[in-house]
Design a protein around this ligand. Structure first.
Ligand code: HNI
Length: 142
């Protein structure tokens, strides 16, 4: 699966706005993930996952920063996320279904914060982009 030129342009342009609120977007994404899909909390037994906790905020900002690395290397997402791909597959062993849940929560967060930008076309581009990111992070599983 590869992104079209138009899809790339949408992602890169919206990232310019998203990156100015990266930390709050990361935190909100994780809050939505853990509230709507509590089974995802099983990967974080060592974290305080209450809304707004320091660990939740720190982790949210790392996740969004990694998404930003993928945007910056949108023509070589696999290269940009190689280390994280190994980490999630070999060390963390996160079940791939969870990547769909996290991607969904990120899209909802972006839609809620940038309603005007989040057209149906932008929605489709973000959905596809996050599925490319998720495939890279889960491709080492088999
Ligand atoms: Ni994920 C650690 C990025 C999906 C569970 N994850 C990270 C780190 C980044 C990251 C960055 C920090 C790495 C480091 O410290 O070197 N994770 C991403 C991205 C996605 C993703 C970009 C998807 C788009 N991770 C998921 C999912 C789960 C998940 C779906 C499980 C529900 N991640 C973890 C866990 C850690 C983690 C667990 C380790 C946390 C810690 O610090 O102990």
């Amino acid at each position: 699966m590869s992104l079209t030129k138009t899809e790339r342009a949408i992602i890169v342009s919206m990232w310019g706005k998203i990156s100015t609120q990266a930390d709050t977007i990361g935190t909100e994404t994780l809050e939505r993930l853990f509230l709507s899909y509590p089974q995802t909390k099983t990967y974080f037994p060592h974290f305080d996952l209450h809304a707004g906790s320091a660990q939740l905020r720190a982790h949210g900002s790392k996740v969004v920063a990694a998404v930003g690395d993928a945007v910056k290397s949108i023509d070589n997402i696999a290269g940009a996320l190689a280390r994280l791909s190994e980490l999630h597959a070999y060390v963390l062993r996160v079940d791939p279904v969870n990547f769909k849940l996290l991607s969904h929560c990120l899209l909802v967060t972006v839609a809620a914060r940038f309603p005007v930008d989040f057209t149906a076309e932008a929605h489709a581009a973000w959905d596809k982009f996050m599925s490319v990111v998720s495939s890279v992070l889960t491709e080492k599983y088999r």
